[in-house]
Write a protein that binds this ligand. Structure first.
Ligand code: HEM
Length: 151
């Protein structure tokens, strides 16, 4: 059977052609929108691994582990993952205490802060997080220092 060229088939052909022309543009637009730090880190599973290993380092770190002696570590892990997920552009909503409230009365010093950052860096290294991504995460956490350490 021979297909007749009708206004309808001509219109469909024109729609198909327009779509075919638009596809490369859409693909390009998607590539152009850069992935969030959350996505680059590997999302929630990868962030959970990094936080888990960081807390293991903290618990073994004699410089600061006394501060965590009475802390519910699985709860702290959950809060930290949620905080980092949100801060890096992920789909989470951190509902824990703000940094001033969370560290009130602990009398933390810059040296304590730096020790925890080192434990995080150690964890990111052992989880093969690229240095550029490590620095982006540290740049998000660094401004929290004034709220964490005792003035
Ligand atoms: C950028 C640095 C830090 C971040 C992002 C951070 C984040 C957090 C978060 C999200 C919580 C949970 C708050 C909640 O339960 O609602 C928390 C609690 C806690 N943080 Fe930090 N923290 C930082 C630095 C430190 C340092 C340097 C220490 C001590 C050396 C520390 C010790 C603790 C302790 C002991 C708790 C748990 C308190 C409890 O048992 O309830 N944090 N922190």
């Amino acid at each position: 059977m021979k297909l007749q060229s009708s206004p309808l088939t001509r219109n469909l052909a024109s729609v198909a052609l327009t779509c075919a022309m638009a596809l490369p543009t859409l693909a390009h637009a998607q590539m152009a929108s850069s992935p969030t730090l959350y996505e680059q880190l590997g999302g929630k599973p990868a962030i959970t691994m990094v936080v888990h290993d960081m807390l293991a380092n903290v618990v073994a770190d004699n410089r600061i582990n006394h501060d965590f002696a009475r802390t519910n570590i699985p709860h702290l892990q959950m809060e930290l993952v949620s905080q980092i997920c949100e801060a890096t552009g992920g789909p989470c909503k951190y509902t824990g205490l703000n940094m001033q409230q969370a560290h009130k009365g602990m009398n933390l010093k810059t040296a304590d802060f730096n020790a925890l950052v080192e434990d995080l860096q150690k964890s990111m290294n052992s989880n093969s997080v690229p240095l550029g991504l490590q620095n982006q995460l540290l740049a998000i956490l660094a401004p929290m220092e004034p709220d964490v350490v005792h003035k």
